[in-house]
Design a protein around this ligand. Structure first.
Ligand SMILES: NC(=O)C1=CN([C@@H]2O[C@H](COP(=O)(O)OP(=O)(O)OC[C@H]3O[C@@H](n4cnc5c(N)ncnc54)[C@H](OP(=O)(O)O)[C@@H]3O)[C@@H](O)[C@H]2O)C=CC1
Ligand SMILES: C[C@H]1O[C@H](OP(=O)(O)OP(=O)(O)OC[C@H]2O[C@@H](n3cnc4c(=O)[nH]c(N)nc43)[C@H](O)[C@@H]2O)[C@@H](O)[C@@H](O)C1=O
Length: 324
């Protein structure tokens, strides 16, 4: 098989058991909604309180019982720049254990098609922009998330090794920074977009005239709405078969300052915005090259302004139950 993979349609059976690992999270819940909308009738999910994926025996028992035919691995320890920088052992160890257990059990119990989710932070800190899939392992990682990135790189290698040793058509996708309904809005632990929505909404409600964001505001990031991400995941499972991970993004990025203005406008916050440069900036830019995804026949459809507005509306409608 060519390194670039194949892009023929390979429809999934809508009635087969389909396990969405992490189905209560930002990405997993969007994948679940999309699969339901696409007619899948045999979806399986488990909360971490019912099935701790770090527990190898429990994971094998679960696979033995459910015998899923398809799996998306969207369960992971996930957080923003500060959480990653503060708890690198947790991000490395938990993610390695979760993915090794799930991938080993999936192979043991004959899962036919599986999608592993990594992250754009797997690429070198100073990778050429936009970042192509083949820049993996060509330079040093960004230190604020290197432990998490190494776990994700091990996951990509695990998928490639299964393909090589067992011939299974499993694949990996590398999403850019995601956002949308069901996100984690914890002030310390979240990613930037939910953090800004919460900070500005609280300031607007309290009539506060000054907010302080992290870093310099100059880094550039690419943001993809999670409903687009969910659609891309199913599309790749049905249209892509290859060893290389596939970047999933919009192909457009903004500075964090520009993002902050978009969120302020969407929330109705008109006060001053300060920047705390004692907090890390992280990688200066990580814009994904999405040509492989385009070759597979998919592109994003939810614009950033529209996506921020609908996420603010979701946040306000769910104030009492949001995570964080
Ligand atoms: N959010 C983002 O910007 C990006 C995310 N990704 C990737 O997408 C995937 C999903 O991320 P996202 O949805 O944002 O993360 P969330 O934190 O929103 O969700 C993660 C899910 O994983 C589950 N989980 C965590 N630990 C365990 C465990 N030990 N056992 C069982 N389940 C567990 C949680 O289950 P429960 O709720 O039941 O506790 C939760 O539902 C991850 O692989 C992440 O790396 C990649 C790039 C960007
Ligand atoms: C998806 C990706 O997410 C993480 O990487 P990151 O892209 O750096 O993610 P972030 O969203 O946390 O920050 C983006 C930028 O925004 C700035 N920023 C301003 N104000 C706030 C703020 O209030 N909170 C946060 N979190 N950031 C802020 C912040 O200083 C930085 O410059 C990885 O660890 C890794 O997990 C990963 O894969």
């Amino acid at each position: 098989m060519a390194e670039s993979g194949t892009f023929q349609p390979r429809p999934l059976d809508r009635s087969a058991p389909f396990y969405v690992a992490g189905h209560r999270g930002l990405v997993g819940s969007a994948i679940w909604r999309n699969l339901e909308a696409e007619g899948f009738t045999n979806l399986v999910g488990r909360a971490s309180s019912d099935l701790d994926l770090k527990d190898r025996d429990a994971v094998f028992s679960f696979f033995s019982l459910v015998q899923p035919r398809y799996v998306v691995l969207a369960a992971a320890k996930v957080g923003g720049i500060l959480a990653n920088n503060t708890y690198p052992v947790d991000f490395l160890s938990e993610n390695l254990r979760i993915q090794v257990n799930v991938l080993d059990a999936a192979r043991e119990f004959g899962v036919e098609r599986l999608l592993f989710l990594g992250s754009s932070c797997i690429y070198p800190k100073f990778a050429e922009q936009p970042i192509r899939e083949d820049s993996l392992l060509t330079g040093h990682l960004e230190p604020t998330n290197d432990a998490y990135a190494i776990a994700k790189i091990a996951g990509i290698m695990h998928i490639q090794a299964v393909r090589r040793q067992y011939g299974l058509p499993w694949i990996s996708a590398m999403p850019t920074n995601l956002y949308g309904p069901g996100d984690n809005f914890s002030p310390e632990g979240s990613h930037v977009l939910p953090a800004l929505i919460r900070r500005y909404d609280e300031a607007a409600r309290a009539g506060t005239q000054v907010v302080t964001n992290w870093g310099s505001g100059t880094p550039r990031r690419e943001f993809l709405h999670v409903d687009d991400m969910a659609a891309a995941c199913l599309h790749l499972m049905e249209h892509y078969d290859g060893p290389s991970q596939v970047n999933v993004g919009t192909g457009k990025d903004v500075t964090i300052r520009e993002l902050a203005s978009l969120v302020a406008d969407a929330v109705g916050y008109s006060g001053e915005i300060l920047w705390d440069t004692s907090k890390p900036d992280g990688t200066p830019r990580k814009l994904l090259d999405v040509s492989k995804l385009a070759e597979a026949g998919w592109s994003a459809s939810i614009g950033l302004e529209e996506g921020i507005k609908s996420t603010v509306a979701w946040y306000r409608d769910n104030l009492l139950s949001v995570r964080g």
